[in-house]
Design a protein around this ligand. Structure first.
Ligand SMILES: [Zn+2]
Length: 329
């Protein structure tokens, strides 16, 4: 049965330094990372004002209050990546606790804030920012990582139904492990070739990155919206693909900002008119610099959502709510 309306989905990969450890330095990315303490309360406030639901796909490490607690929950079977840069446990050996320093690595206060709000969903982004397609790691290591994430979240009474895989790497064999541990859905990638995450080296090529950057401003890959009927189960877990990575405000590309926001608005309008899903995502740390500009842009999008809600009964749900609708059909 076709859906009577479309849906806006928003997922946020909440990871602090763990998500960028291999590509950025703490000092170079300090403003973005430390400001996550301001960004999350503001995201909740703005989303609640416009009745938009958010999914916070959160790394297990962030649930810890300090290094000791992180290590208490860490699995004994750890990932054995061929390229050791992906292994966070070597990095952990060299960190110490310190009030300011901890803000790069842990966020139990923010998780409590999201959890007490009750309008939004907390999903998992694995325990350690686990890369399921990198050479050297195994399905057994992934399962142990996922179990650690589940255990540390359980302490706060949080149970995961949704997963967002780090770097959007998808390994379909691993989905049966997710299913076994209560995960009903994951965020897949857009169908277009420029979002295929199978080959990390290809994704990192400058020409490849340039296409993705251009796509934020110009309609190269389409709107990537889809009807509920296109959400398919892969090894028992529903694939709820992304429609758009919501890039942060760019000072150097300021002249194109309006074009970027309009591209998102057009995608939302298309989804609302055709009873389809528009799934946007980004990281809270993307909003940590140029905070006012980023929030102004988001509010413009939320205002547009309100209009579409009025005109087309466009609605906002979390990933697990969408999964429940699909599974009920
Ligand atoms: Zn991530």
């Amino acid at each position: 049965m076709p859906s009577k309306n479309g849906y806006l989905l928003i997922s946020l990969d909440f990871e602090l330094f763990w998500g960028v450890r291999d590509v950025k330095t703490k000092s170079g990315y300090k403003e973005n990372l430390l400001n996550v303490q301001k960004v999350i309360p503001r995201l909740l406030e703005l989303a609640d004002k416009y009745e938009v639901k958010l999914n916070f796909a959160t790394i297990g490490f962030l649930f810890a209050t300090n290094k000791k607690e992180l290590l208490d929950f860490a699995p004994s079977i750890k990932p054995t990546y061929k390229n050791s840069i992906f292994n966070p446990y070597q990095y952990i050996d060299n960190i110490d606790d310190g009030e300011n320093y901890n803000l790069y690595h842990y966020a139990p206060n923010l998780i409590d804030l999201i959890n007490s709000n009750k309008n939004h969903e907390i999903a998992t982004h694995t325990f350690s920012h686990f890369y399921v397609n990198e050479t050297g790691q195994t399905i057994e290591q992934f399962e142990n990582d996922l179990l650690a994430a589940i255990a540390i979240a359980k302490q706060k009474g949080i149970t995961f139904k949704s997963i967002v895989f780090p770097r959007n790497q998808i390994n379909e064999d691993y989905l049966s492990v997710c299913l076994k541990h209560g995960i009903t859905n994951y965020r897949g990638t857009e169908k277009h070739w420029m979002f295929d995450t199978t080959d990390t080296n290809r994704l990192e090529r400058p020409s490849h990155k340039m296409f993705r950057l251009m796509d934020a401003y110009f309609n190269l890959s389409g709107y990537n919206t889809y009807p509920l009927s296109n959400i398919k189960s892969i090894n028992g877990v529903l694939n709820i693909p992304s429609s758009k990575f919501f890039r942060p405000y760019s000072k150097s590309l300021k002249a194109l900002e309006l074009r970027r926001i309009n591209r998102v608005k057009k995608g939302l309008t298309y989804a609302a008119k055709h009873n389809e899903i528009y799934h946007m995502w980004w990281h809270p740390h993307n909003f940590g610099a140029n905070i006012e500009e980023n929030f102004n842009n988001l509010e413009t999008i939320f205002k547009h959502f309100t209009t579409l809600k009025r005109d087309y009964s466009f609605n906002s749900l979390t990933m697990s709510e969408i999964a429940s609708i699909v599974n009920a059909k």
